[in-house]
Design a protein around this ligand. Structure first.
Ligand code: HEM
Length: 405
């Protein structure tokens, strides 16, 4: 099916976030936390008609109700987009029970704690190399010159994808999340390009096997039955889409935060890398700046915290908003470096809980430790502006800073 310019929807700026929210509005990226807090004062679930009818839960209870209910909410649509958007499977994230389990089991070993711990030194050396490249510079972009590169390095080690294609991956990610929800032609273009690219690499791995996830996927079987080719391509599409800008956003949000809270930087650099303060700080970045909002398709009429939803509606699963619910966290609005018992839901809840959380946590920790120790007095550049990605994966894309060596 061909899509043209008529497949793009243009929408006005949001003035009512309770009844007319839009996660691609320019206000979302920088202000999402305030938006969710304001909506929560009015009701637990916001709504919009901009993508057909779609909901936005903002309390922990509402988010939990949706994430844990795979009978009434399907993952075949994991992004609130035009209802007529072309969609393709990217298991396990787009799978429902009973298929979901087999897909998840297939990719999980690549991300187990032992496999991820083994790449710590490599990730540390890589971060140090990026920092070395800043020698002689005083004003740099912490997103472009640091955060955006780290997760690509990690995902390429784990999967075997070629790191020299990093710009291509980031271009697909940008188009997929920032443009495609409103533009079917762009969604189709990204899908087509990714399918061709991934198919070629998987075919190569069939002939030239290596010790990597690409080779596992190229030969994938579930219960002794070969997995369909489209599904194999979908596994790798998910690795690229889920494994890069998610962690890039989390590291970027952390660096943006710490640039404005030098007292916290000083507390961190005063202790050793294995001090628990680094762990609690990492988790608090995940809670406070959780980058990933998922979505579901409503497949049965259902009521969530008093809000009726109908078959065919879409809903966000606004994990980042739940992390700011004062009913779930003491002083939810305060960033606490040493927050204890931090039961945040940045990595989701239930059967789809993030498969890459060990990798994400490691990349974040190492990236923070190396940067803060190298530049303990860095600050935001007052002459330039931080820019934010809207929508499904929210985080800074340009963070101009002064290194103040
Ligand atoms: C800070 C970084 C990250 C965050 C905040 C994050 C967040 C999430 C969330 C919220 C989900 C739940 C999806 C749902 O309920 O529909 C998820 C699933 C998933 N994530 Fe992550 N993620 C991150 C990094 C990564 C990385 C580095 C990978 C590696 C490829 C990854 C791979 C996956 C996969 C495969 C799933 C699907 C699991 C399933 O459906 O069973 N994520 N992630």
């Amino acid at each position: 099916m061909a899509y043209g310019a008529e497949d793009r929807i243009d929408t006005p700026r949001v003035t009512d976030w309770v009844n007319d929210w839009d996660w691609l509005d320019d206000g979302w990226g920088e202000n999402a936390i305030d938006i969710w807090n304001e909506v929560r004062e009015v009701c637990p679930v916001g709504s919009t008609e901009r993508y057909g009818r779609a909901f936005m839960p903002v309390t922990m209870d509402a988010v939990r109700d949706i994430a844990n209910n795979t009978d009434d909410f399907s993952s075949i649509w994991v992004n609130v987009s035009r209802p007529d958007a072309p969609r393709a499977a990217a298991p396990p994230i787009t799978s429902d029970p009973p298929d979901h389990h087999g897909h998840r089991r297939l990719i999980l070993p690549a991300f187990n704690p032992k496999a991820i711990a083994a790449i710590e030194q490599e990730m540390r050396d890589y971060c140090r190399g990026l920092i070395k490249d800043l020698d002689g510079m005083d004003a740099v972009d912490a997103a472009v010159q640091y955060t955006q590169n780290i997760p690509v390095h990690g995902i390429c080690i784990v999967t075997g994808l070629p790191e020299e294609d990093a710009d291509l991956f980031r271009d697909w990610i940008y188009k997929n999340f920032q443009l495609a929800p409103k533009d079917n032609s762009i969604r189709l273009q990204v899908l087509t390009e990714m399918t061709h690219y991934i198919s070629a690499i998987l075919k190569d791995r069939l002939e030239n096997p290596k010790d990597d996830l690409l080779t596992v996927v190229a030969n994938a079987e579930i219960d002794g039955k070969e997995v369909d080719w489209d599904i194999k391509v979908g596994y790798i599409r998910l690795q690229i889409i889920a494994g890069i800008d998610t962690t890039w956003s989390a590291i970027g949000s952390g660096l943006w935060h710490f640039a404005q809270h030098n007292n916290e930087v000083q507390q961190l650099v005063a202790v050793s890398n294995d001090d628990p303060l680094w762990q609690t700080a990492n988790e608090e970045v995940l809670r406070y700046y959780a980058p990933v909002t998922m979505a579901r398709k409503v497949i049965n009429d259902v009521t969530v915290q008093g809000c009726p939803m109908h078959v065919g509606d879409q809903t966000l699963v606004t994990f980042p908003a739940a992390n700011h619910d004062p009913a779930a966290f003491e002083d939810a609005h305060i960033f606490k470096l040493d927050r204890q018992n931090n039961r945040h839901v940045a990595f989701g809840l239930g059967i789809h809980r993030c498969a890459g959380s060990n990798l994400a946590r490691l990349e974040m920790l190492v990236a923070f430790q190396e940067w803060l120790r190298a530049f303990p007095n860095y600050s935001l550049d007052p002459t330039k502006k931080t820019t934010w990605a809207n929508g499904q994966v929210r985080g800074p894309r340009q963070i101009p800073v002064l290194l103040n060596r």
